[in-house]
Design a protein. Structure first.
Length: 389
């Protein structure tokens, strides 16, 4: 492992220079919003039930704050994957998000300006020399208003090294008994009940205290079916929805067996099945254990962009319709594997009025599986309404 090298010399020429984007061909529809909320395991009536949404402060269905990435053609990873690294593969390493006031509704069009930011090479036990590369995504609506900025981190490494270090103890999925599933459903509903209890009411900044624990959120067990549902909620993964840019994955260094024609606009017109990342290309390791093990994952595993959405939705659901996540950092430590559940917790660690005059609480959040294995850690700032007086 120590003898391996990682050639990142091609990256420098791309830093700070915008990367081509792939624009949407139609406006956002209510069903795009519904599909996203459904796929992200986010049962907030605000995002799918017209009667509840009509009674909200928005007066209609509104997209979750996590939605902009659904309109991107690369899960936010494109500006964090520039320059050729020969015989490499990519995993998501984390996200930092800044959210702004414009919300997304049906009829909007989201565009993305993408600019590579920086990179660093570190030695890891997983794959030896590993490139941690970052890139910025600026999501704007049709009026040019900035909806959100995402600084995405990709982990680029030797595909062969990853394949040599698969954790054999994680090859088999855990087995859940009927009794365990029934207990799990009750546990999962506790967070959903919190959404119902809050309804259209405010969660006042005044009432939140440092040390408060947010209600636990649990979902899963994950499966190839649930991962597929997530994959299909990204708009690009339906044929013809986006005017795709030309992107040569082999030129980025992906091995031939994993590169394929994922999101290739020319092949889309010839044989679109070959362009579907659920079956071919870098993304197929998510749904096929055989290919997962080729790049270091023990079995089918979830999407980094989904994990980022889970963080935003967890915090946004607690904030309610009168609050919003304004900034978050999520560092991914391990994937959501098929058969596992995801457990999200958070603690309020500070209350403040920020430099924009917003009343904000800061939380420290964490994501683990049923074994207590850490999947994600981070912090976030959430704006909440302030009582008069």
């Amino acid at each position: 492992m120590s003898e391996r090298t990682l050639d990142t010399s091609d990256i420098d020429q791309y830093l700070g220079k915008p990367v081509d984007s792939s624009p949407l061909r139609e406006v956002i529809a209510n069903n795009d919003i519904r599909r996203w909320a459904h796929a992200m395991h986010y049962p907030n009536l605000l995002h799918f039930d017209p009667a509840f949404a009509a009674a909200s402060r928005f007066g209609k269905l509104v997209a979750p704050q996590s939605f902009p990435i659904a309109a991107d053609d690369g899960h936010g990873a494109a500006p964090a994957c520039v320059g050729k690294i020969p015989d490499s593969h990519l995993l998501f390493g984390g996200d930092e998000w800044w959210f702004h006031e414009p919300r997304v509704f049906a009829g909007d069009v989201i565009s993305n300006e993408r600019i590579p930011f920086d990179y660093v090479v570190k030695q890891t036990g997983f794959a030896g020399p590993t490139c941690f590369q970052r890139g910025d995504n600026f999501y704007r609506n049709q009026n040019g208003e900035l909806v959100a900025q995402q600084r995405s981190t990709s982990i680029r490494y030797s595909a062969a090294a990853g394949g040599e270090n698969v954790n054999q103890d994680d090859i088999e999925e855990p087995v859940w008994t009927d009794e365990e599933i029934a207990a799990l459903e009750e546990r999962k509903f506790t967070w959903i009940q919190m959404l119902h209890d809050l309804g259209h009411k405010e969660r006042w900044w005044d009432d939140v205290k440092v040390g408060d624990q947010l209600p636990e959120r649990v979902f899963g067990p994950h499966s190839v079916a649930s991962f597929t549902t997530e994959w299909r909620a990204f708009i690009v993964n339906t044929w013809g929805t986006i005017s795709l840019r030309k992107n040569d994955l082999e030129a980025l260094g992906f091995t031939r067996e994993m590169a394929g024609y994922e999101n290739d606009p020319d092949m889309m017109l010839i044989n679109p099945e070959l362009t579907d990342g659920a079956y071919y290309g870098p993304s197929r390791g998510h749904l096929f254990p055989r290919w997962a093990r080729r790049i270091g994952m023990p079995r089918a595993y979830g999407y980094g962009a989904s994990m980022g959405a889970w963080v935003t939705d967890f915090l946004g659901g607690w904030a309610g319709e009168h609050g919003m996540v304004v900034h978050s950092i999520a560092n991914y430590r391990g994937p959501a594997l098929s058969g596992d559940i995801t457990i999200q917790t958070a603690e309020v660690v500070d209350k403040l009025v920020d430099d924009k005059g917003r009343h904000v609480v800061q939380v420290k959040h964490k994501m683990v599986n049923q074994k207590g294995t850490t999947m994600c850690t981070g912090t976030a700032e959430i704006q909440l309404p302030k009582k008069a007086g």
